[in-house]
Design a protein around this ligand. Structure first.
Ligand SMILES: [Zn+2]
Length: 415
């Protein structure tokens, strides 16, 4: 099926990464930076050129497009989704991509800053990329494979399907979003207009990896209420809320339940902000776990710690507010097991081993899942993201496109 096809994901990728699309967490505009539209406009134009009639960018910078069904079967409408913005952590201005052909395991020194060296010992996944063509930036910027790899792969899928009409598939939707990196990628999405039943984000790493789990997340705000008095006459009267807050923070375990001490499936209690005066002090926490029950347990633990500290200060008080942030998308995906099953089969048909992974964070996919569009995350090949050492293999990108081509056919076969 792919013998006569010339993959275009790498060629597209090299062009897309040169467009600066960094998003901005400080901005309250939609999208947070206008420059994201520079790339989205190009994408809508390229999709139209392929013959996709309804491809367009809306006023918020979202790109929507429909590849019509070419089968008589009734197949659920599926969507592929990626984001155009790059992370605010590292500059995305003036990205100069470099292709290192036929990588042989050597250190790759980036030319514009010799201190930036890509080493196999730091990035063990490079062991799998010997013989591949690897794309890096030049040393002063990120590369932007997160998520322009996903974008380029979806664009190549569209190109493949529009030029290989014998490959049977149902209706396919394409959705390109802005502002994923600042947590606002779904803020202005119109799911009704999109009209898809299931979706996949292309925003994952290693070839073959598939993510169907994210953290569940709550925020907790704790307000400590002290007793204020003139400091010159405060003996036996004043209770300093800031000092109590300090005791609470000091009581949190350092060797467990913290981001610094956990990985894998373990969650944590993480103080993120403190603000106050002697009379009143506010502490903000984020709570993370893969299960809702685990979140509640951690919240109870935090509350107990606070109550115990306050026992010494009977005249002080506190408020404890829990706010739901997002939930593990597995809760939704388990109701539609075929979405993940078909993706596993597609990965295998591409000759790769399936690697199931859990995301220690939230994704647009988890938000979309709870907005009614079940949406696991597929690999793109991106590595070392949000850094100057970001890199990606051209062969991995092509495998991602292959996987998508298999995936649309599996949806058609099984229905
Ligand atoms: Zn991403």
């Amino acid at each position: 099926m792919f013998e006569h096809y010339r993959f275009t994901a790498d060629e597209r990728f090299l062009r897309y990464v040169q467009v600066d699309t960094q998003s901005d967490p400080q901005s309250s505009a939609y999208p947070t930076t206008e420059k994201q539209k520079d790339l989205s406009r190009v994408l809508a134009g390229e999709l139209k050129q392929m013959g996709i009639a309804d491809a367009h960018m809306d006023e918020w910078g979202y790109v929507y497009a429909t590849i019509p069904s070419n089968t008589d079967k009734k197949v659920p409408v599926i969507c592929f989704c990626a984001h155009v913005d790059t992370a605010p952590d590292c500059s995305g201005t003036g990205v100069k991509p470099i292709v290192h052909k036929n990588y042989q395991g050597q250190d790759i020194v980036l030319p514009d800053d010799n201190t930036q060296v890509l080493r196999m010992s730091d990035y063990p996944y490079l062991q799998k990329l010997v013989g591949h063509d690897i794309i890096t930036a030049s040393g002063t910027t990120l590369l932007g494979s997160d998520d322009k790899a996903g974008v380029a792969e979806i664009m190549d899928l569209a190109n493949f399907l529009m030029t290989n009409k014998s490959v049977k598939h149902g209706e396919i939707k394409i959705l390109i979003t802005p502002d994923e990196e600042v947590g606002r990628g779904t803020a202005k999405v119109d799911l009704k207009k999109l009209g898809a039943e299931f979706a996949y984000t292309l925003d994952g790493g290693d070839a073959g990896s598939l993510e169907d789990e994210t953290f569940s997340a709550d925020g907790v705000e704790v307000v400590i209420k002290g007793v204020i008095a003139h400091p010159g006459y405060a003996k036996d009267k004043m209770i300093n809320a800031m000092k109590i807050a300090g005791e609470i923070l000091a009581a949190l375990p350092k060797d467990r339940l913290s981001p610094e001490s956990t990985d894998g499936k373990r969650g944590f209690i993480h103080p993120v902000r403190i603000e106050g005066i002697a009379e009143k002090c506010t502490l903000e926490f984020i709570i993370r776990d893969f299960e809702t029950a685990g979140l509640v347990k951690k919240e109870d633990y935090l509350r107990t710690q606070i109550e115990e500290r306050l026992r010494t200060y009977p005249k002080a008080g506190f408020e404890f507010h829990v706010k739901e942030q997002y939930r593990n998308m597995k809760e939704v995906l388990d109701l539609h097991p075929q979405v993940v099953e078909y993706a596993k089969t597609a990965i295998q048909r591409s000759g790769l081993e399936v690697k199931m992974e859990s995301i220690r964070g939230g994704t647009d996919g988890s938000r979309l899942s709870f907005m009614g569009l079940p949406c696991p995350n597929l690999f793109t090949g991106m590595q070392g993201i949000h850094s100057k050492l970001e890199h990606i293999s051209v062969q991995d990108m092509n495998k991602a496109v292959e996987t998508l081509v298999h995936l649309v056919q599996i949806w058609e076969e099984k229905n």
